[in-house]
Design a protein around this ligand. Sequence first.
Ligand code: ADE
Length: 330
Amino acid sequence: MPKNIPKDDQNIDLTLRPTSWDEYIGQEKIKGNLKVILEAAKNRGESSDHLLFSGPAGLGKTTLAYLVARETGGLVRTTSGPALEKTGDLAAILTNLSPGEILFIDEAHRINPMIEEVLYPAMEARKLHLVVGKGPSARTLSLDLPPFTLIAATTRENLLSTPLRSRFGATLRLGYYTTEDITKILNRSAKILNVKTTPEAMDLLARASRGTPRVANRLLRRARDFAEVHGEKVIDESAARRTLEMLEIDEAGLEPQDRKLLLTIIEKFNGGPVGINTLAAALAEERGVIEDIYEPFLMSLGFLQRSSAGRIVLPAAYRHLKVKKGDELL
Ligand code: ADE
């Protein structure tokens, strides 16, 4: 579960999470690929190959892992890269898996290398190698593990070590959703939350949702709060618009921090290229947050480019922000 989301919102997120393939909107290619992989494994009477889900935060990687688990007997054990501190933590989980269980490891790019070493034989040969004792009397114990499927999720596939990456039978890359799909997700969520909406309002929220279901559902909840507080029974275009204004989110989904990033490059670094560390210092923001959260979305809009020399703001961003590049007319 992502950090810094209020508990209440987390519970609502769980309520809104699709529990069947039919309810899961969008990502059709990935759903199709997964269904083939799962059906083939089922027909062979085996556990499915290990799977890697990669893509920006909030696109439904965890949800997909739970849908896979539903197909394979319903059992899923969840952990994350940073939660696995010692090799013993992973050993304890692996030895407690039931046959056919899914092991879901979120933030897989943060698994430490010592733990990866335990994971390799577990993934490849269902073996757990444990070193017992120290010095000359140290011995390696080898334990058989039950059949299981590892599903790892990452927002930063490029940070995964090559040996780990090569041990997955398939990598499924989730991309941002279309506005159409986000609109469908919003309408489904509004129904579950029992709120009345207008198509114009949903279109506005969908366009501001960064192609991300988690963001869309959050905007819907804020619009519902706004309408309730103002005694309005329906989220209409005006309520949606005022909600976005209140949150300082513009019609393309840019938040203050996105605009600050672009304007910093434009104003302080003449539009770039500027190195990521310099940019992080200028914004007083962690490099990882810039790389994981802000940049993928700005790149998907064609507002920003990553080059070997650094980050460059593209003409579409100047037009969106209504600023001129030097003397050029855009
Ligand atoms: N909520 C989060 N992701 C979703 C999806 N892909 N379809 C429907 N609801 C969702």
